[in-house]
Design a protein around this ligand. Structure first.
Ligand SMILES: *[C@@H]1O[C@H](CO)[C@@H](O)[C@H](O)[C@H]1NC(C)=O
Ligand SMILES: *[C@@H]1O[C@H](CO)[C@@H](O)[C@H](O)[C@H]1NC(C)=O
Ligand SMILES: *[C@@H]1O[C@H](CO)[C@@H](O)[C@H](O)[C@H]1NC(C)=O
Length: 365
């Protein structure tokens, strides 16, 4: 005998107001957490000075992540080589131009999603439960079987797979120019929920010989990724996602855009970075769902843009502001040598939704 089953998304909490979400974000003091650098995973090995291909295994895990000193830990879905070192955003993958990399992406996610999702839109629904995932390397010139089609999704242990799934191990040829890519989830109908939960990460293709003549700041002390993601939180630290559909008679939970009240960078809300009076390189990735960022520095120093999505520009361009759309990447230099101040804020003035919405009431980030 069967009873009616009711499935309630884990983490679904009662509706809250904009004021509540703003109050939670507003209670988080800015610039108290240091900016982390995400762990690096090298996509090659060196032998006798020659790089060679390797095969990596990268997992997706549910874990707790501290977004701010004063916010309780948040349950997230994250990439990593094991659950202890997995991070929000995931590790930065360092690849070499011309050295193919094999990655087996493994789903260790639990039976239920931590965020609401709407079954009335075209969505991956596995027969045995679990969270469908598939990884897309954004900007990568990849064979179709390794591109992460939305229909090539899979659940834990590949128990259920989508109609276009062909293989567990993806091959990234890295034949394109050196530059900035990013990897993220791409499962049918779940991409926004899986990215919001934390399945995002940076991927770099390098060519030391070709790039050395540029004389750019390099190494962990002077070259940073900034993965920007806006998120809203409940008071208990859990991620907020509005699950009241804009048109609930058709799609009860689906909303086309997400705007978070807190701006996180490398997994911390409004972090700070102590720097020297010298040049720095920042690879800025907007991994927000819908928010644009119009970035500028409070001490009026310019950005020198040297690259955008996946490759270098022909020549550097100096500009006081940069407008970054979702999923866009800017590779910039900032020279702090002659900063007129000891302290500078990177500010965002973009309206949201862009360009016709409200402007942030205080500079964000
Ligand atoms: C959630 O979405 C509904 C439907 O669009 C809207 O009425 C409500 O104000 C939203 N809630 C918040 C906190 O933005
Ligand atoms: C970005 O902000 C600056 C002021 O900081 C403004 O002059 C500029 O018009 C903005 N750009 C866009 C595209 O909104
Ligand atoms: C950041 O990327 C998201 C998509 O990933 C986009 O919707 C948003 O507008 C972007 N914002 C900026 C500032 O680039």
């Amino acid at each position: 005998m069967y009873c009616v089953a009711v499935v309630i998304a884990m983490g679904t909490q009662p509706p809250v107001s904009d004021q509540y979400l703003q109050a939670v974000a507003g209670s988080l003091e800015m610039y108290v957490d240091p900016l982390p650098q995400m762990p690096k995973i090298y996509g090659y090995s060196m032998f006798n000075g020659q790089p060679s291909s390797i095969k990596l295994t990268i997992g997706m895990y549910q874990k707790k992540w501290k977004f701010h000193r004063d916010l309780p830990p948040t349950t997230v879905f994250v990439y990593g080589t094991d659950p202890v070192t997995a991070t929000f955003p995931g590790p930065t993958i360092e690849a070499l131009q011309g050295v193919p990399l094999w990655v087996t992406w493994k789903n260790y996610l639990p039976a239920h999603h931590i965020l609401p999702w709407d079954p009335t839109i075209p969505v991956a629904i596995p027969s045995h439960g679990g969270v469908p995932t598939v990884v897309h390397l954004h900007g990568g010139v990849n064979p179709p079987q390794s591109d992460g089609s939305a229909f090539a999704w899979f659940t834990a242990d590949f128990r259920d797979v989508g109609p276009k799934w062909t293989q567990a191990t993806y091959m990234y040829p890295n034949i394109q120019c050196p530059g900035n890519l990013w990897y993220h989830d791409h499962a049918l109908g779940l991409t926004r929920a899986n990215l919001l939960a934390g399945l995002i990460g940076a991927y770099v293709i390098r060519n030391a010989t070709a790039e050395a003549p540029f004389g750019l700041p390099s190494g962990d002390l002077f070259e940073f990724h900034l993965v920007i993601a806006d998120r809203s939180f409940y008071k208990d630290g859990s991620l907020y996602m509005n699950y009241t559909g804009d048109n609930p008679t058709i799609h009860p939970e689906w909303q086309p855009e997400y705007f978070g009240e807190a701006i996180t960078v490398n997994g911390k809300a409004w972090p700070f970075l102590v720097i020297l009076r010298r040049r720095y390189r920042f690879r800025i990735l907007n991994s927000s769902n819908a928010r644009y960022f119009n970035l500028s520095l409070s001490n009026n120093l310019p950005f020198t843009v040297i690259g955008s999505d996946s490759t270098y520009l022909h020549k550097p361009i100096e500009t006081p502001t940069i407008l970054i759309a979702p999923s866009e990447i800017f590779d910039v230099l900032i020279d702090f040598t002659n900063s007129p101040t000891q302290f500078a804020e990177m500010m965002n003035t973009a309206a949201y939704p862009y360009p016709t919405g409200d402007v942030p009431n205080k500079p964000e980030w």
